[in-house]
Design a protein around this ligand. Structure first.
Ligand SMILES: C[S@@+](CC[C@H](N)C(=O)[O-])C[C@H]1O[C@@H](n2cnc3c(N)ncnc32)[C@H](O)[C@@H]1O
Length: 272
């Protein structure tokens, strides 16, 4: 397992990320100007359909101001900041990649949300929290990097209160092998896609009851068509985060979706 985690860390190694983000954000004016989730959206929402997908998932999960939310695999923190800014809730993010956690903290200071949002470097398979600590857990485009799904979903259930919500938004397999490299893995060694049905079979035994279950592949394909029509540079501009090969990773995401090799699943569960 350590080999796999090292491989995932290597994929998201993002050397010098915070400095690159600082340079990219100069376009928004002086460092002391507060940034909004909308301004950061092209850089900090690392999943298909960007901020629109986070907005929909949060609504479906029923996030409210009094909740304590955990974002597992929080990336550079865009979804966590969006939830805090929009709903007024407290959000904790955990991510395997230290450079991503550093960048998430920096962007959160720039958004003036450090009082509500914090980040830790940790594995989703060993969450550093007590049982029943959170009201809701978000998992967006992370499970595809995790081979031990039973353990992942057990850990998420463990840190949730009974009656709490688990909202997942992830890439799923449609049976055919994807073209690599893709945004979550440059080779198949760190990619562990399950079909939508197998994902549900892994989640429910961990102690969850489905509240919402939807196939978002068509919406993702429509987004790819719009991105292709808007031409280079690739938008959203996650090349700043992932490096110069991101255009190729992103092109393969589009190709795999359009060829029906992969799909996009949105689901919300209640902790039983
Ligand atoms: C495609 S990014 C998505 C980031 C974020 N959820 C978002 O939607 O903006 C996948 C993230 O999952 C993290 N990740 C992958 N495997 C992980 C694990 N076992 N534990 C914690 N984080 C993990 C990666 O470091 C990366 O930041």
């Amino acid at each position: 397992m350590t080999d796999v985690l090292d491989g995932v860390r290597d994929h998201y190694r993002a050397t010098g990320l915070t400095e690159r983000l600082k340079a990219a954000l100069m376009a928004f004016g002086p460092e002391d100007r507060r940034l909004t989730p909308e301004q950061l959206g092209a850089l900090d929402q690392f999943h298909t359909r960007g901020l629109a997908a986070t907005t929909e998932l949060a609504k479906l999960a029923g996030i409210t101001a009094d909740m304590s939310v955990l974002d597992v695999g929080s990336g550079v923190g865009g979804p966590a900041r969006f939830l805090a800014a929009t709903y007024g809730c407290r959000v904790t993010g955990v991510d395997l990649s230290e450079p991503f956690v550093d960048a998430a903290r920096y962007l959160t200071e720039r958004a003036d949300l450090s009082g509500q949002v914090s980040f830790q470097t940790a594995s989703a398979l060993e969450l550093p929290f007590d049982d029943g600590r959170f009201d809701a857990v978000l998992l967006q485009h992370v499970a595809m990097n995790i081979s031990d799904r039973a353990r992942l979903y057990r850990e998420i259930r463990r840190v949730l209160k009974t009656g709490g919500r688990f909202a997942t938004y992830d890439v799923v397999s449609n049976g055919a092998e994807p073209h690599y490299p893709v945004p979550w893995a440059r080779t198949p060694a760190t990619s562990f896609l399950l079909t939508a049905a197998a994902t549900r079979q892994a989640i429910e035994p961990a102690g969850f009851r489905a509240l919402a279950w939807q196939d978002d592949s068509e919406a993702a394909k429509a987004w790819i068509v719009r991105l292709r029509a808007s031409g280079p540079p690739p938008s959203p501009n996650l090349g700043v985060v992932m490096g110069p090969d991101f255009a190729q990773l992103s092109a393969n995401l589009g190709r795999n979706l359009m060829e029906g090799r992969i799909g996009i699943l949105t689901a919300v569960f209640e902790a039983a």
